[in-house]
Structure formats: structure tokens, C-alpha cells
Design a protein around this ligand. Structure first.
Ligand code: UD2
Length: 305
């Protein structure tokens, strides 16, 4: 089938692109290259450099497309707090345009990236899709609004929609070069360079780390499964790992003791985050398979070139 991946030059989008090409699908990528990289785009994919808010180009990019895998977004929570209007414009207006363009072009389905951020500081563990929501940033707010919009497009325009609440996604091609990069990419780089890794808080906070190729597997199921109208599903491993455990695993994989420093916890950091993944298994028959050890080893291999 022909798919369009918005944000396909990004870390997650380009992992999805590789998976769909390997499965024999035709892949078109639309990306502004704001945070995505040209080097991430597979040679066999068609590439259009544009922002999702550019309705004319978006409309053309949707022509002949059966399923849209919408990953483009402003992805930084911290940036969203500094620039809430820009976050709303890119994430909410941009996503509304993707949904509208999908309907106009006759696309069947949109699978889009939401976030565990919608749960905020809700202390319930693991988080179920029907757990209370507590969006605490413009970013979380934008992702929740997109879920509501997707439901509307499904109910009133017959567009099939799947919203995936990603937990902490990691893997090859994740950028370690910003202070807000995923913790695994930062930690791996520090260990490899024998530099000090700073733990914010006690290190006892837990996260649900899910390997990007498993996310691509879940997206494949979401794109191909018949009989979907509107779904909102967690995408995680279902397992909590503390930061201290993560450091130990990564250091063992690299074979060098870590140099650690501790600093005050980040403002707004949630203490524990774990996905209930039964929804994903029941609705789409998919469960993430890659263990943290294996995923870490593959990420480190990639970083070491
Ligand atoms: C993740 C998402 C974010 C949002 C949020 C919702 C990533 C990269 N970010 O943020 O987009 O969806 O979940 O809750 O997946 N840490 C350190 N040292 C470092 C960097 C991080 O100790 O150098 C800590 C950090 O304070 C946090 C944990 O590691 O406790 C994970 O940090 P993160 O930035 O990878 O992801 P998170 O969960 O804050």
C-alpha cells in the first residue's frame, strides 16, 4: 500500500519508514527538516520537504495515499512551555490540517502520535487508556486535543483513526545533542565518551522504555488491521525501569563503570511512568517484544558506528 509519513525524517518516523519499505509498501515522507535529518530518510522513500501547515503541499502529498502515519510535531515539552503558541500551531493546527487533507484525498486511515504526557502526574500505575488525564504542558494539551479531533474526524467524516500514546521511545537515530533528548541517547553518549552523566533527582524514578522498532511494529498493526473506527492506545513495553537500573545495564553493555553526578530533579518530572499495554494486545494483537538489554545493545552499536 501507499503510505505517507509526516515527520519521516525524524527518529521515530524514519524507523517506521524503514519497516514499511522492508514490508514492501510504498513510502512517501513529508518533513520540514526542522528537527528531522535528511540523512535519516531511506533511499527508497519519496521525499517532500514541507511543513504540515503548508496545506497546498500537504494536499498534494496525500494524493493516492491509503494510510497516513502522522508523526510530525513539536516534540519538546520544555520548548512547548517556552513557545505555547508555536506548539499549538504546529501540533494542533498542523494535525487538523493532516486530518482534513486525509478526508479530502480519500485516505482511509490516519495513525498518529500522541503521548504518555496526557497522563501528567496521575499517580496510578500502570497507566490505562481510561485512567484520569492530567495534561500539564502545552505539549500534553496539544496531544490530547489531537485525540479529540481524531475522534471527531472518525465520527463525522468516516476517517479511521488510531492515536498512539507513546511512552519513552528509544533506539538508533535518536538525537543525543539537546538537553531535552531522550535519556538513553544522552546516557549512551556520555558512557561512550567516558564523561559524567548527570542524574536529575534520585535516579529512583521509573520510565517505560520502548524500542523504536517495536513502535514501528505497533504502527504496522494499526495501519493494516481491518475494522477500526477510532482507537486511543498506549504504546510501551509495559515494564518500569528505574534510571539507576538503566545506568547499570548501559554501563555493563559498554563494559566501563559509569561516572555519575546527581543534580536536583527536573521541574515537572513525573516520578513513575508505566504503560498498561493490554489495550494494544487486545485491539491490535501487538505486544512490544524487544527487551531493554537487546534494544540498548542495538542503540549502542549504532552510536558506535
Ligand atoms: C518523556 C518524553 C516527553 C513527554 C514525557 C511525558 C522522551 C524523550 N520524552 O519525557 O516528550 O512525552 O515523557 O511524561 O521520551 N534524565 C536525567 N539525566 C539526563 C536526562 C534525563 O536524569 O541527562 C531523567 C529525567 O529527569 C527523567 C528521565 O531521565 O526523570 C527520563 O527523561 P527523558 O527526557 O528521556 O523523558 P521524560 O520521561 O522526561
Amino acid at each position: 500500500m501507499q503510505v505517507l509519513i509526516t515527520g519521516g525524517a525524524g527518529f521515530i518516523g524514519s524507523t517506521i519508514a524503514r519497516r514499511f519499505l522492508a514490508d514492501g509498501h510504498r513510502v512517501r515522507i513529508l518533513d520540514s527538516l526542522e528537527t528531522g535529518l535528511l540523512a535519516n530518510i531511506p533511499a527508497d522513500a519519496e521525499f517532500i520537504e514541507a511543513d504540515i501547515r503548508d496545506t497546498d503541499t500537504l494536499g498534494k502529498a496525500c494524493q493516492g495515499v491509503e494510510v497516513i502515519l502522522h508523526q510530525a510535531a513539536m516534540v519538546s515539552v520544555v520548548l512547548s512551555v517556552a513557545e505555547p503558541s508555536l506548539c499549538f500551531d504546529v501540533n494542533v493546527v498542523g494535525t487538523q490540517r493532516v486530518l482534513q487533507a486525509a478526508v479530502a484525498a480519500g485516505a482511509r486511515r490516519v495513525v498518529m502520535a500522541s503521548s504518555s504526557a496526557v497522563y501528567g502526574n496521575n499517580p496510578v500505575q500502570p497507566k490505562r487508556e481510561d485512567s484520569p488525564l492530567d495534561p500539564l504542558s502545552p505539549y500534553a494539551d496539544s496531544k490530547l486535543t489531537n485525540e479529540v479531533n481524531a475522534r471527531y474526524y472518525s465520527a463525522y467524516h468516516g476517517l479511521e483513526t488510531v492515536c498512539f500514546r507513546y511512552f519513552n521511545v528509544f533506539g538508533p537515530r535518536q538525537r543525543p545533542d539537546s538537553p531535552y533528548s531522550g535519556v538513553i541517547s544522552i546516557l549512551a553518549l556520555k558512557l561512550m565518551q567516558d564523561e559524567t552523566f548527570t542524574i536529575f533527582g534520585t535516579g529512583e524514578q521509573t520510565r517505560d522504555f520502548v524500542f523504536a522498532e517495536d513502535v514501528a511494529g505497533a504502527i504496522t498493526a494499526a495501519a493494516t488491521q481491518p475494522g477500526i473506527r477510532h482507537e486511543v492506545l498506549n504504546v510501551g513495553s509495559g515494564r518500569p525501569t528505574s534510571l539507576l537500573e538503566l545506568v547499570e545495564l548501559a554501563a555493563a553493555a559498554i563494559g566501563r563503570p559509569p561516572k555519575l553526578a546527581f543534580a536536583e530533579g527536573r521541574a515537572g518530572d513525573v516520578m513513575h511512568s508505566q504503560a498498561d499495554v493490554t489495550g494494544l494486545a487486545q485491539r491490535l494483537g501487538y505486544t512490544a517484544r524487544t527487551s531493554l538489554d537487546v534494544g540498548l545493545a542495538r542503540t549502542l552499536d549504532w552510536m558506535q558506528g
